[in-house]
Design a protein around this ligand. Structure first.
Ligand code: GDP
Ligand code: MG
Length: 302
Protein backbone atom coordinates (compact mmCIF):
# COMPACT_ATOMS: atom_id res chain seq x y z
CA UNK A 1 0.00 0.00 0.00
CA UNK A 2 1.54 3.29 -1.00
CA UNK A 3 0.39 6.72 0.09
CA UNK A 4 -0.74 9.45 -2.29
CA UNK A 5 2.20 11.78 -2.93
CA UNK A 6 0.58 14.75 -1.19
CA UNK A 7 -0.23 12.97 2.07
CA UNK A 8 2.07 13.52 5.00
CA UNK A 9 2.11 12.36 8.58
CA UNK A 10 4.47 12.26 11.50
CA UNK A 11 5.22 12.71 15.16
CA UNK A 12 6.41 15.99 16.66
CA UNK A 13 7.68 15.86 20.23
CA UNK A 14 7.37 18.98 22.39
CA UNK A 15 10.04 19.17 25.09
CA UNK A 16 11.34 21.74 27.51
CA UNK A 17 11.80 22.74 31.10
CA UNK A 18 8.83 22.50 33.46
CA UNK A 19 6.35 25.34 32.88
CA UNK A 20 7.73 26.38 29.48
CA UNK A 21 4.18 26.16 28.10
CA UNK A 22 4.33 22.82 26.26
CA UNK A 23 0.84 21.70 27.18
CA UNK A 24 -0.64 25.12 26.44
CA UNK A 25 0.99 25.01 23.00
CA UNK A 26 -0.22 21.48 22.34
CA UNK A 27 -3.81 22.55 23.05
CA UNK A 28 -3.43 25.56 20.72
CA UNK A 29 -1.98 23.43 17.93
CA UNK A 30 -4.76 20.86 18.21
CA UNK A 31 -7.49 23.45 18.77
CA UNK A 32 -8.89 21.53 21.74
CA UNK A 33 -7.87 20.83 25.27
CA UNK A 34 -6.14 17.47 25.31
CA UNK A 35 -3.41 18.19 27.84
CA UNK A 36 -3.92 19.64 31.29
CA UNK A 37 -2.35 22.95 32.28
CA UNK A 38 -1.63 24.66 35.60
CA UNK A 39 0.72 27.30 36.93
CA UNK A 40 2.44 24.56 38.95
CA UNK A 41 5.49 22.69 37.67
CA UNK A 42 5.22 18.99 36.80
CA UNK A 43 1.57 19.13 35.87
CA UNK A 44 2.15 16.82 32.89
CA UNK A 45 3.25 13.40 34.12
CA UNK A 46 3.29 11.19 31.05
CA UNK A 47 3.33 11.53 27.30
CA UNK A 48 0.12 13.04 25.99
CA UNK A 49 -0.73 13.09 22.32
CA UNK A 50 -2.77 15.61 20.40
CA UNK A 51 -3.50 15.23 16.70
CA UNK A 52 -3.83 18.10 14.22
CA UNK A 53 -4.58 18.07 10.51
CA UNK A 54 -3.07 20.94 8.63
CA UNK A 55 -2.07 21.54 5.03
CA UNK A 56 -2.49 17.90 3.98
CA UNK A 57 -0.48 16.65 6.94
CA UNK A 58 -1.62 14.76 10.00
CA UNK A 59 0.65 15.83 12.81
CA UNK A 60 0.72 13.82 16.00
CA UNK A 61 2.06 16.09 18.72
CA UNK A 62 3.54 14.45 21.76
CA UNK A 63 3.48 16.57 24.91
CA UNK A 64 6.01 15.47 27.51
CA UNK A 65 6.74 16.09 31.18
CA UNK A 66 9.21 18.88 31.82
CA UNK A 67 12.89 17.96 31.89
CA UNK A 68 14.85 18.74 35.05
CA UNK A 69 17.21 16.91 37.38
CA UNK A 70 14.97 14.30 38.95
CA UNK A 71 15.34 13.11 42.51
CA UNK A 72 12.27 11.12 43.38
CA UNK A 73 11.17 7.98 41.58
CA UNK A 74 8.10 9.59 39.99
CA UNK A 75 10.27 12.45 38.74
CA UNK A 76 12.72 9.99 37.19
CA UNK A 77 9.89 8.21 35.40
CA UNK A 78 8.60 11.53 34.08
CA UNK A 79 11.95 12.72 32.77
CA UNK A 80 12.58 9.31 31.18
CA UNK A 81 9.22 9.57 29.43
CA UNK A 82 10.23 12.98 28.06
CA UNK A 83 13.53 11.72 26.62
CA UNK A 84 11.74 8.66 25.27
CA UNK A 85 9.42 11.02 23.40
CA UNK A 86 12.40 12.73 21.81
CA UNK A 87 13.85 9.39 20.68
CA UNK A 88 10.56 8.26 19.15
CA UNK A 89 9.49 11.42 17.30
CA UNK A 90 10.15 12.43 13.70
CA UNK A 91 10.93 15.94 14.90
CA UNK A 92 11.68 17.63 18.19
CA UNK A 93 10.53 21.11 19.14
CA UNK A 94 12.18 22.59 22.23
CA UNK A 95 10.12 25.20 24.06
CA UNK A 96 11.91 27.89 25.99
CA UNK A 97 10.13 30.29 28.33
CA UNK A 98 11.41 33.58 26.88
CA UNK A 99 10.86 35.39 30.14
CA UNK A 100 13.07 32.95 32.03
CA UNK A 101 15.62 32.74 29.20
CA UNK A 102 18.56 30.37 28.96
CA UNK A 103 18.65 28.99 32.48
CA UNK A 104 21.11 26.34 33.56
CA UNK A 105 18.41 23.73 33.14
CA UNK A 106 17.65 24.88 29.57
CA UNK A 107 21.38 24.74 28.75
CA UNK A 108 21.48 21.17 30.07
CA UNK A 109 18.48 20.20 27.95
CA UNK A 110 20.14 21.78 24.89
CA UNK A 111 23.28 19.71 25.55
CA UNK A 112 21.21 16.56 25.86
CA UNK A 113 19.40 17.29 22.60
CA UNK A 114 22.65 18.03 20.79
CA UNK A 115 23.97 14.63 21.92
CA UNK A 116 20.96 12.96 20.28
CA UNK A 117 22.65 13.87 17.00
CA UNK A 118 19.51 15.18 15.27
CA UNK A 119 18.52 18.71 14.50
CA UNK A 120 15.68 20.38 16.34
CA UNK A 121 13.46 23.44 16.11
CA UNK A 122 13.21 25.91 18.96
CA UNK A 123 10.19 27.90 20.10
CA UNK A 124 10.67 30.98 22.25
CA UNK A 125 7.36 31.01 24.08
CA UNK A 126 5.55 33.64 26.16
CA UNK A 127 6.44 36.52 23.82
CA UNK A 128 3.47 38.35 25.32
CA UNK A 129 5.60 38.85 28.45
CA UNK A 130 8.87 39.93 26.84
CA UNK A 131 10.19 42.94 24.92
CA UNK A 132 11.28 42.51 21.32
CA UNK A 133 14.96 43.32 21.91
CA UNK A 134 15.17 40.81 24.77
CA UNK A 135 13.79 38.18 22.41
CA UNK A 136 16.38 38.93 19.79
CA UNK A 137 19.09 38.77 22.46
CA UNK A 138 17.83 35.34 23.42
CA UNK A 139 17.61 34.08 19.84
CA UNK A 140 21.15 35.16 18.88
CA UNK A 141 23.18 32.53 20.79
CA UNK A 142 20.67 29.84 19.81
CA UNK A 143 21.04 30.76 16.14
CA UNK A 144 24.72 29.89 16.39
CA UNK A 145 24.06 26.30 17.37
CA UNK A 146 24.26 24.15 14.26
CA UNK A 147 21.80 21.52 15.49
CA UNK A 148 19.05 24.16 15.76
CA UNK A 149 17.44 24.49 12.33
CA UNK A 150 14.70 27.01 13.03
CA UNK A 151 13.68 29.42 15.78
CA UNK A 152 10.07 30.57 16.23
CA UNK A 153 8.71 33.20 18.56
CA UNK A 154 5.15 32.88 19.76
CA UNK A 155 2.68 33.00 22.59
CA UNK A 156 1.04 29.66 23.28
CA UNK A 157 -1.38 31.46 25.57
CA UNK A 158 -2.70 34.08 23.13
CA UNK A 159 -2.07 31.97 20.02
CA UNK A 160 0.03 34.71 18.46
CA UNK A 161 2.49 33.11 16.01
CA UNK A 162 1.16 29.59 16.44
CA UNK A 163 -0.22 29.26 12.91
CA UNK A 164 3.20 30.03 11.41
CA UNK A 165 4.70 27.18 13.38
CA UNK A 166 1.88 24.87 12.32
CA UNK A 167 2.36 25.77 8.63
CA UNK A 168 6.08 25.04 8.79
CA UNK A 169 5.67 21.80 10.72
CA UNK A 170 3.04 20.55 8.27
CA UNK A 171 5.38 21.22 5.35
CA UNK A 172 8.15 19.34 7.10
CA UNK A 173 6.31 16.09 7.85
CA UNK A 174 7.44 12.94 6.03
CA UNK A 175 5.31 11.72 3.13
CA UNK A 176 3.00 8.90 4.13
CA UNK A 177 -0.59 7.98 4.90
CA UNK A 178 -2.41 9.46 7.87
CA UNK A 179 -2.05 7.39 11.02
CA UNK A 180 -5.39 8.06 12.70
CA UNK A 181 -9.01 8.66 11.64
CA UNK A 182 -9.56 12.25 10.53
CA UNK A 183 -11.71 13.23 13.51
CA UNK A 184 -9.46 11.81 16.21
CA UNK A 185 -7.73 14.45 18.33
CA UNK A 186 -5.86 12.27 20.81
CA UNK A 187 -4.56 8.78 21.39
CA UNK A 188 -5.50 8.95 25.01
CA UNK A 189 -8.31 6.70 26.20
CA UNK A 190 -11.25 8.58 27.74
CA UNK A 191 -10.67 6.97 31.13
CA UNK A 192 -7.20 8.48 31.30
CA UNK A 193 -8.36 11.84 29.98
CA UNK A 194 -11.06 11.91 32.65
CA UNK A 195 -8.49 11.17 35.36
CA UNK A 196 -6.27 13.95 34.02
CA UNK A 197 -9.12 16.46 34.16
CA UNK A 198 -9.78 15.75 37.82
CA UNK A 199 -6.03 15.91 38.52
CA UNK A 200 -5.88 19.32 36.85
CA UNK A 201 -8.61 20.66 39.12
CA UNK A 202 -6.73 19.26 42.14
CA UNK A 203 -3.52 20.93 40.95
CA UNK A 204 -5.30 24.24 40.48
CA UNK A 205 -6.97 24.08 43.86
CA UNK A 206 -4.43 22.52 46.23
CA UNK A 207 -1.16 24.00 47.42
CA UNK A 208 2.43 23.16 48.19
CA UNK A 209 3.48 19.53 48.01
CA UNK A 210 0.02 18.05 48.03
CA UNK A 211 -0.58 17.94 44.25
CA UNK A 212 2.68 16.05 43.77
CA UNK A 213 1.76 13.48 46.37
CA UNK A 214 -1.51 12.44 44.76
CA UNK A 215 -2.61 10.54 41.71
CA UNK A 216 -6.01 10.00 40.13
CA UNK A 217 -7.36 6.87 38.49
CA UNK A 218 -10.66 6.15 36.80
CA UNK A 219 -11.99 3.01 38.46
CA UNK A 220 -15.17 2.44 36.55
CA UNK A 221 -16.96 3.82 33.53
CA UNK A 222 -20.55 2.92 32.97
CA UNK A 223 -22.56 4.02 29.93
CA UNK A 224 -26.19 4.29 30.95
CA UNK A 225 -29.30 3.64 28.90
CA UNK A 226 -30.44 7.25 29.30
CA UNK A 227 -27.32 8.43 27.42
CA UNK A 228 -25.43 9.59 30.49
CA UNK A 229 -22.22 8.15 31.82
CA UNK A 230 -21.32 7.23 35.40
CA UNK A 231 -17.65 7.66 36.20
CA UNK A 232 -15.99 6.65 39.46
CA UNK A 233 -12.56 7.98 40.26
CA UNK A 234 -10.10 7.39 43.05
CA UNK A 235 -7.68 9.99 44.35
CA UNK A 236 -4.71 8.29 46.01
CA UNK A 237 -2.91 10.30 48.68
CA UNK A 238 -0.08 9.24 50.97
CA UNK A 239 -1.35 10.44 54.35
CA UNK A 240 -4.51 10.88 56.41
CA UNK A 241 -3.76 14.59 56.77
CA UNK A 242 -3.73 14.93 52.97
CA UNK A 243 -7.02 13.13 52.71
CA UNK A 244 -8.51 15.63 55.15
CA UNK A 245 -7.26 18.56 53.06
CA UNK A 246 -8.56 17.10 49.79
CA UNK A 247 -11.96 16.52 51.36
CA UNK A 248 -12.11 19.90 53.09
CA UNK A 249 -14.52 20.84 55.87
CA UNK A 250 -17.59 18.67 55.57
CA UNK A 251 -16.38 17.55 52.12
CA UNK A 252 -16.69 21.08 50.73
CA UNK A 253 -13.37 21.09 48.90
CA UNK A 254 -13.80 17.80 47.05
CA UNK A 255 -17.36 18.76 46.14
CA UNK A 256 -16.18 21.94 44.44
CA UNK A 257 -13.26 20.22 42.72
CA UNK A 258 -15.50 17.37 41.56
CA UNK A 259 -18.05 19.87 40.26
CA UNK A 260 -15.43 21.62 38.10
CA UNK A 261 -14.22 18.30 36.74
CA UNK A 262 -17.77 17.15 36.04
CA UNK A 263 -18.58 20.31 34.08
CA UNK A 264 -15.53 19.93 31.91
CA UNK A 265 -16.17 16.23 31.34
CA UNK A 266 -19.78 16.92 30.38
CA UNK A 267 -18.59 19.34 27.74
CA UNK A 268 -15.89 17.02 26.47
CA UNK A 269 -18.07 13.91 26.27
CA UNK A 270 -21.15 15.85 25.11
CA UNK A 271 -23.48 14.01 27.47
CA UNK A 272 -24.51 14.14 31.13
CA UNK A 273 -21.84 12.90 33.53
CA UNK A 274 -22.33 11.49 37.02
CA UNK A 275 -18.99 11.77 38.71
CA UNK A 276 -18.15 9.96 41.94
CA UNK A 277 -14.83 10.64 43.61
CA UNK A 278 -13.21 8.70 46.45
CA UNK A 279 -10.10 9.63 48.38
CA UNK A 280 -7.94 6.71 49.51
CA UNK A 281 -4.83 6.80 51.62
CA UNK A 282 -2.14 4.61 50.15
CA UNK A 283 1.09 5.46 51.88
CA UNK A 284 3.32 3.79 49.31
CA UNK A 285 1.61 4.52 46.01
CA UNK A 286 4.75 6.34 44.80
CA UNK A 287 6.59 2.99 45.02
CA UNK A 288 3.85 0.94 43.40
CA UNK A 289 4.51 -0.07 39.75
CA UNK A 290 0.76 -0.43 39.10
CA UNK A 291 0.19 3.28 39.74
CA UNK A 292 2.89 4.17 37.19
CA UNK A 293 1.37 1.81 34.64
CA UNK A 294 -2.00 3.50 35.07
CA UNK A 295 -0.38 6.85 34.31
CA UNK A 296 1.35 5.47 31.22
CA UNK A 297 4.82 5.59 32.76
CA UNK A 298 7.56 2.99 33.03
CA UNK A 299 8.53 2.17 36.60
CA UNK A 300 12.15 3.14 37.24
CA UNK A 301 14.08 0.73 39.43
CA UNK A 302 15.76 2.29 42.44
P1 GDP B 1 4.29 22.98 30.64
O1 GDP B 1 4.72 22.59 32.01
O2 GDP B 1 5.47 23.27 29.77
O3 GDP B 1 3.35 22.03 30.02
O4 GDP B 1 3.55 24.39 30.81
P2 GDP B 1 1.97 24.70 30.84
O5 GDP B 1 1.41 24.64 29.46
O6 GDP B 1 1.32 23.85 31.89
O7 GDP B 1 2.00 26.23 31.26
C1 GDP B 1 2.60 26.64 32.48
C2 GDP B 1 2.07 28.02 32.82
O8 GDP B 1 2.54 28.97 31.85
C3 GDP B 1 0.55 28.10 32.81
O9 GDP B 1 0.15 28.93 33.87
C4 GDP B 1 0.25 28.73 31.45
O10 GDP B 1 -0.96 29.45 31.44
C5 GDP B 1 1.44 29.65 31.27
N1 GDP B 1 1.73 29.93 29.85
C6 GDP B 1 1.94 29.04 28.85
N2 GDP B 1 2.20 29.65 27.69
C7 GDP B 1 2.15 30.98 27.93
C8 GDP B 1 2.35 32.17 27.11
O11 GDP B 1 2.59 32.12 25.91
N3 GDP B 1 2.24 33.36 27.76
C9 GDP B 1 1.96 33.47 29.10
N4 GDP B 1 1.87 34.69 29.61
N5 GDP B 1 1.78 32.38 29.87
C10 GDP B 1 1.88 31.16 29.32
MG1 MG C 1 2.68 20.25 30.65
Amino acid sequence: MSAPADMRAGFVTLVGAPNAGKSTLLNQLVGAKVSIVSPKVQTTRARVTGIAIHGGAQIVFVDTPGIFQPKRRLEKAMVEAAWGGVADGDMTVLLIDAQRGLTENVERILDGLEQQGRSIWVVLNKVDLVKKDELLGLAAPLGEKSFIDRIFMLSALTGDGVSDLLDELAGNMPAGPWLYPEDQISEMPNRLLAAEILREKLFLRLHQELPYALTVETESWEERKDGSVKISQVIYVTRDSHKAIVLGKGGKSIRQIGQMAREELTELLERPVHLFTFVKVREKWLDDPARYREMGLDFPKG
